[in-house]
Design a protein. Structure first.
Length: 452
């Protein structure tokens, strides 16, 4: 009975998150409320299920789950602050100002390529904002700009999937120890490239000619006047190098990734403080110090991650995720089918709880567990850097491009460009699906032919 109630609450909460814009209730509020209700239900009824599950035991479990969730949250806070620090000092202009081509097809490939690799270091949402704002200065036909913006969404999601710090779901898998940096990047880089190239190759047929020069307006700079170009470039290079060094920090020290991000943020903080110390003639209120930039962090999103991760942990504590894993193993028993389905679902509902649920459903097995299994060859898919986890990183990240509401990048693009859901469904979804399936095919070839 209690299991059915908890599943019902989770489904209702999931629907509320998916319909955030329809019901006008922030998904963070829904996630936090769902988390509190689920743990309350389990706390009240758990002694009836298992007398050993006292309130003291559950409290200890909550602290353990909270610690795991906070590792991801602290990592995100540090990474988001560094990205905002670069942006507030005009660092990204160094990249966007070098785009000068007027040919539409060439511009599409250039923008897609920059987005793909930029999102591997930055979060998808920030990358999408930067690139869409660039398009506004170059393309004035909103229908054509929608095509470009849609390709940016696809490139941002695909670019984040192959990097351990490029997408929240990949970050989760990496920090939980399900994947490692080099193996993840080596396995997914080609499928992710294919997932971008296929839809962009099709989209080039919709774009002809060049952008008319006379329609462009004078570009405005996002770099504060008191920041020199040299300082802006230093902050860009320093921030990107430090973010890229986080996996190296983890490999060398063995410490969790969030410690690497904290060190990176500390270095950026010290540099900017020393930089502003020399600018005594600048009014303090307009200086973009870390202490000011950090206030602009998207806290509702941070709280959403906290709520959803803790809500999923309640299902794990109740054994619901284990039962779900057993059901999938018995009825489907195919990691390609399971992950393909997860990717398609991630275009409708948020991919964070999907991946969080998968992590709870399939613990990474050790050699003893594999040897004792009735089907050891199947269980080997779930070891660290197993095919299941690599494919899930791809599917959960790239699958969000199938619908405009399927990812943070898509929602941002939709808001900035006032894109129509039906237009995206009619004109872009099949392109994204073609790239998604092509990437899965490449992944399958890598696995069966090369053993990756």
């Amino acid at each position: 009975m209690v299991v059915s109630i908890m599943i019902a609450v989770f489904v209702v909460g999931y629907v509320g998150i998916a319909m955030e814009h329809s019901i006008n209730i922030n998904k963070s509020a829904t996630a936090l409320l769902m988390c509190g209700i689920l743990w309350s239900i389990w706390s009240i009824f758990s002694p009836q299920v298992d007398p050993a599950l006292t309130h003291e035991v559950l409290s200890a479990q909550i602290v353990e789950f909270l610690g795991e969730a906070c590792e991801i949250i602290v990592f995100l806070i540090g990474a988001m602050t560094i990205v905002d620090l670069i942006d507030s000092h005009g660092g990204f202009e160094v990249i966007t100002r070098h785009i000068s081509t007027r040919k539409k097809t060439r511009l599409l490939w250039l923008v897609g390529t920059i987005t793909f690799f930029m999102s591997a270091l930055l979060d998808n949402m920030t990358t999408t904002i930067i690139m869409v704002m660039l398009l506004r200065k170059m393309i004035y036909n909103y229908r054509e700009r929608w095509i470009f913006a849609s390709m940016i969404v696809i490139a941002a999601n695909s670019g984040g999937a192959w990097s351990p710090i490029g997408d929240i779901t990949t970050i989760m898998l990496w920090m939980k120890g399900n994947v490692s940096t080099l193996n993840l990047m080596g396995t997914l880089i080609l499928p992710c490239i294919v997932s971008v190239c296929v839809p962009m190759a099709i989209a080039t047929h919709f774009l002809k000619g060049v952008i008319e020069e006379e329609k462009t307006s004078e570009e405005t700079s996002s770099r504060p006047e008191y920041i020199t170009k040299k300082e802006s470039r230093i902050i860009l290079v320093m921030g990107t190098v430090l973010l890229a060094s986080v996996p190296v920090f983890k490999s060398v020290t063995g410490l969790p990734p969030y410690m690497g991000v904290m060190v990176a943020l500390g270095i950026m903080w010290v540099y900017t403080e020393l930089m502003y110390k020399k600018k005594r003639d600048i009014e303090e209120s307009i200086k973009n110090r870390v202490s000011k930039v950090i206030k602009h962090i998207d806290m509702p999103t941070i709280l959403f991650f906290l709520g959803i991760l803790m809500a999923v942990s309640s299902l794990q504590s109740a054994g619901i995720l284990t039962d779900a894993a057993n059901f999938l193993n018995e009825k489907i028993h195919n990691i390609f089918a399971i992950n393909t389905l997860i990717g398609i679902l991630s275009s409708v509902v948020d991919n964070v709880p999907l991946v969080a649920a998968s992590i709870g459903m399939y613990p990474v097995p050790d050699a003893a567990a594999i040897a004792a299994s009735a089907d050891p060859s199947y269980l080997e898919f779930f070891v660290k850097d197993g095919a299941f986890w690599h494919m899930q990183a791809y599917c959960a990240g790239v699958g969000g491009s199938l619908l405009i509401i399927g990812s943070a990048a898509g929602v941002v693009a939709m808001g900035l460009e006032k894109m129509n859901f039906a237009w995206y469904l009619k004109n872009i979804t099949l392109l994204a699906l073609a790239g998604y399936l092509a990437g899965i095919a490449v992944f399958g070839l890598e696995y069966y032919l090369l053993g990756l």
